[in-house]
Design a protein around this ligand. Structure first.
Ligand code: GDP
Ligand code: MN
Length: 366
């Protein structure tokens, strides 16, 4: 489960990680008791808000109030902003990165830190990031903290403050069953103090039963994801442009993998589940069309599902309202020949090989 920045910062505060003073607001009238300048930040469960215009600076209450009203209602890559965090701005002398996650291969927590903070960690070269495993069920060992302080080039007092934050972060990581805790940027202020200017926290859903306080926490869905949910269809919007409809979450993910192997990028993930009900298939295509993919990849493996029933649903959407992008179908299983014929007659590409279908999809994305 992903936490909003303001929620993550509440927890940071409780564990002794310094965070800026701030208030949550839904309108320009909500801000009181802050010193200026402030930063107004969109609360959406997606990074890169500053680039998208979701982080604004203000020198006075009037300016802040205007910034709040500008950001509320904004669409940040499909996410509607409904609340903002208004915080006293930190005077930045340097931005660092600090994160803890699980390294599944090593079966251990992994601490990562870099002196190149404030940018996406994926874009930081590997030799600029220090990675150290943390022995599970222990505290953060002093040698890791010494390595980190040295790697970051911190002075003695700075190293102490940094280490206290890293230790608190690891306590939080363990106690709250986190999968990822990240501070980017961890800021060193002009007064020589560290403060967590951003906060990212993801907790392990399997441990949710141990955290009654997290249950029912609202999750951001895009309007399309919300619509799909209300219709009982599993749909997730991603960063790419190719729409994927498959039956079963495993097959859908394998399809996304195959597409990226062939050089494409999935934009929507739609899992039909075990259904071959043409009505449901029609609904799925309607939702998919709203996401405006560059091409649709339909991957059906018919074990119990009848491929021709699925194809029938596709044909009905085409007859009733048209589909204005190319559809590539990979059909395998019960009644596959009938299904392929039906789809080919309707003008779609229909093949049995997953690999060929993925290649064709990437070729047709235009
Ligand atoms: P993100 O864009 O979603 O990662 O949002 P962040 O909270 O990380 O803010 C993006 C960037 O805005 C940071 O890397 C800083 O450079 C800048 N920023 C955010 N808060 C402050 C602040 O309090 N003071 C200053 N000077 N810059 C800030
Ligand atoms: Mn950030």
């Amino acid at each position: 489960m992903k936490f909003h920045e303001y929620k993550a910062k509440e927890l940071f505060g409780a564990y002794g990680i310094p965070v800026p003073r701030g208030v949550l607001a839904t309108s320009g009238k909500d801000i009181e008791g802050l010193d200026y300048p402030v930063v107004v930040k969109a609360q959406v469960l997606i990074g890169g808000r500053k680039k998208a215009g979701g982080v604004k600076f203000a020198d006075s209450p009037e300016e802040a109030s205007r910034a709040v009203d500008e950001i509320i209602g904004m669409d940040i890559r499909g996410y509607e902003v409904r609340q903002v965090l208004v915080e006293e701005a930190a005077e930045i002398s340097k931005e660092y990165y600090l994160g803890i996650t699980i390294d599944r291969e090593e079966r251990a927590p992994l601490l990562m830190t870099s002196a190149e903070g404030g940018v996406e960690i994926e874009s930081v070269p590997d030799d600029k990031i220090l990675k150290r495993h943390i022995p599970p069920f222990s505290v953060l060992p002093p040698y890791v903290l010494r390595d980190a302080s040295k790697f970051l080039g911190l002075a003695k007092e700075e190293g102490k403050a940094f280490s206290a934050i890293a230790r608190a972060m690891f306590r939080l990581f363990e106690k709250e069953d986190a999968e990822l805790v990240e501070i980017n940027p961890l800021v060193l202020t002009s007064k020589g103090e560290f403060v967590a200017v951003d906060a990212k926290l993801m907790s392990d859903d399997s441990a949710l039963y141990r955290h009654k306080e997290f249950q029912g926490m609202e999750q951001d869905l895009t309007p399309l994801e919300r619509e799909a949910e209300s219709k009982g269809i599993a749909l997730i919007q991603l960063d790419g442009d190719i729409g994927v409809i498959a039956n079963g979450a495993g097959l859908t993910m394998a399809t996304l993998d195959m597409i990226s192997l062939k050089g494409g990028k999935g934009g929507v993930f739609l899992d039909l589940g075990g259904t071959d009900d043409p009505e449901k298939v029609k609904e799925a295509f309607r939702l998919m069309k709203k996401a405006k993919p560059s091409v649709i990849f339909l991957n059906i493996f018919g074990g119990i599902t009848r491929c021709d029933s699925v194809a029938q649903g596709v044909k009905e959407v085409l007859d009733e309202e048209g589909i204005d992008v190319a559809v590539v179908a990979r059909i395998k299983g019960v009644h596959e020949d009938e299904a392929k014929q039906l789809l080919r007659d309707a003008g779609f590409v229909a093949v049995s090989s997953l690999e060929r279908a993925a290649e064709e999809t990437v070729r047709l994305r235009g």
